[in-house]
Ligand binder design. Sequence first.
Ligand SMILES: [Zn+2]
Length: 218
Amino acid sequence: MTYDTSYLAADYLYYLKAVQKELRHERHALKVAHYLGIRIRIGWANRCTPDHPNGPLMVVTPWNYGNTDVVRHEEAHIILWWSGLEAEIIAEFGEELGWRVVENLCQFAVGFMRITQPMVDEAIRRYGVSAKAVRYLQKVSGADALTALNRLVYDDPRSCRAGFLLSGCYVAQTAECNWGLPFRWLDQVHNLRKRFPEDANVSWLKLTPSQTLGVCWG
Ligand SMILES: [Zn+2]
């Protein structure tokens, strides 16, 4: 029986979260590498060799060495390889598309490694599933608005959440997890309140005079 790739992102997230739990939700990228036994070398390009005979090896450029998202991205590659899902992806999608799927997954994982589960749990405890919770995640992690929004919306693949970023009155970004937004990317939205049913669980706030962040759940 072949692997059902519709569960790919969810399966990878469960695996990644289990690894993070083992590491007590360590946030520092270099400490994560140390705990996982990943060696880091400085080189001319960012890459990793999960199956190196002496144990997993990561190479990063000098300016990306440190507590950076590039180190997190390479760690995500090694964790994906450990999960066995990388081999499933290549088998299902082939070399060319498969590696793009791998890249997207590992980039997606960076947000989960930068914004740890205790941060998300605390954000929800304080503000519920809301725009304020996303702003809180931005503050405590230093991540950008989209990373923080995706982290909250996709936290649990079984939950029903969505989020959006408006630039002026245009929809600049959307995130949907079992919850359908009433507009799409690049649509114009003039009156947010009128776009949602009265009883919808929706909140939004202005990040800047022209940028609006919104979150929905239920
Ligand atoms: Zn990569």
